[in-house]
Design a protein around this ligand. Structure first.
Ligand SMILES: Cc1ncc(COP(=O)(O)O)c(C=O)c1O
Length: 402
């Protein structure tokens, strides 16, 4: 994450890549310009041999993509202006009117809205199965999807936001392979924002593409918005063509900041994960706490524990805290925090806490909230890299105020 993909000798010996603030790139001669365009338009396979125009790509974004692909042993990566820009570009690449998307549920609320409310207006339907679904339930959802239309994409999110439920990617891949002939298999894309790229590498379990909000752990400093897709070259190239057309790529400055972030990604995530384990251990036994939804506390022998053991190498640092009581108790806890900040988002160096039922998921209908466990007493916490004893003291004080 320090040197790969950048040669200082090409930039006046600069240790760090300069930020390339340019909208366009000068061709050495007209024939080179033609060759680059033949690549970028797909007239000649293999992509453009050089840089053309900043809506397509730039040096900072290219280095970032090379380094991000390394994390997951993937063919290639694409970076985007936000996680939602990545997801929207992915959906528009593969889904056509009349198609059906088979998806795990719940998904991040904006992803659910984009599929149901926006793509729905263009005649796209969807079928979902619960995140923890068995092979039989996944088979049934695929069969239902096939009855509705051409299944052109299987879209997963694991752990799901905000329930932390894990999806059995191996079972989804096996179900997909059994249900479709080789040439007709829809790609499997999975939102890996919560545990990736440190603690989950779903491409190894059969996913074709991973999806990221780089705004979270990858960016990690709560100072930028970005997104990425990582995976199979042939699929990535299809998405690249659309990104070139609509310009959902991130800008050079954001790409540079993300390069800075990747240098410490492992250190930050490791520390945040260790902190979360200590904080959750403290919270679990507190008399004002009903339960803690943390991947480190899965019941041995349960289906979720089985998926965790096969798919994950760490429990992450984002979890659900269920307080005894309701909204009043959740708000009293949030208002009394002094080190953790009351804000939505996750994966930054600072610990953040929020009340999903009253904030991010306010617009979700009550029955669906109840079915997903998004109750008024739920506080979602993303642990950062502070001193763990300071965090425990902060949470102890806040619980005293409840
Ligand atoms: C799991 C997940 N996916 C995608 C997104 C969207 O990312 P962005 O806000 O970078 O567009 C979020 C944002 O919270 C998220 O939590």
């Amino acid at each position: 994450m320090m040197g790969y993909g950048f040669d200082p000798s090409l930039s006046e010996g600069s240790l760090k890549p300069p930020i390339f603030l340019t909208s366009t790139f000068v061709f050495e001669n007209a024939a080179a310009g033609k060759r680059f365009f033949e690549g970028v338009t797909g007239k000649i396979p293999g992509g453009a041999e050089g840089l053309i125009y900043s809506r397509f790509n730039g040096p900072n974004q290219e280095i970032l993509e090379d380094r991000f692909a390394l994390w997951e042993d993937a063919d290639d990566a694409l970076v985007f202006a936000s996680g939602m820009a990545a997801i929207a570009t992915l959906l528009l690449t593969f889904v056509r009117p009349g198609d059906c998307i088979v998806q795990s549920g719940p998904l991040y609320a904006a992803t659910e809205g984009l599929i149901a409310k926006i793509l729905g207006q263009f005649g796209v339907s969807w079928v979902d199965f619960p995140s923890g679904a068995t092979r039989e339930e996944i088979d049934a959802a695929i069969a239902k999807g096939k009855a509705k239309g051409r299944v052109s994409l299987i879209y997963l999110e694991s752990p799901a936001n905000p329930t932390n439920q894990l999806v059995d990617v191996e079972a989804v891949a096996a179900a997909r392979d059994a249900a479709f002939d080789k040439g007709e298999r829809p790609p499997i894309a999975i939102d890996n924002t919560f545990l990736g790229p440190m603690w989950a590498k779903p491409i190894a379990q059969g996913a074709d593409l991973t999806v990221y909000s780089l705004t979270k752990y990858a960016g990690g400093h709560s100072d930028l918005v970005g997104g990425a897709l990582v995976g199979d070259m042939q699929l990535i190239n299809q998405v690249r063509m659309l990104r070139n057309t609509i310009g959902t790529i991130c800008d050079a400055n954001t790409a540079w900041m993300l390069l800075r972030s990747l240098e410490t990604l492992e250190l930050r995530m490791e520390r945040a994960g260790e902190n979360a384990a200590k904080v959750c251990e403290f919270l679990r036994d507190h008399p004002k706490v009903e339960s803690v939804g943390y991947l480190g506390f899965l019941e041995p022998g349960s289906r979720q524990a089985d998926i965790y053991n096969r798919h994950c190498t760490g429990a992450g640092s984002t979890f659900s805290l269920y307080l005894k009581g309701g909204e009043k108790e959740a708000f009293a806890f949030l208002d009394a925090l002094s080190i953790a900040h009351l804000a939505v988002s996750l994966g930054g160096t600072e610990t953040l806490a929020s009340a999903p039922a009253a904030m991010t998921h306010l617009s979700v209908p009550d029955e669906r909230k109840a079915a997903l466990g998004i109750t008024d007493n739920l506080v979602r916490i993303s642990i950062g890299v502070e001193d763990p004893d300071d965090l425990i003291a902060d949470f102890a004080n806040a619980l005293n105020a409840v």
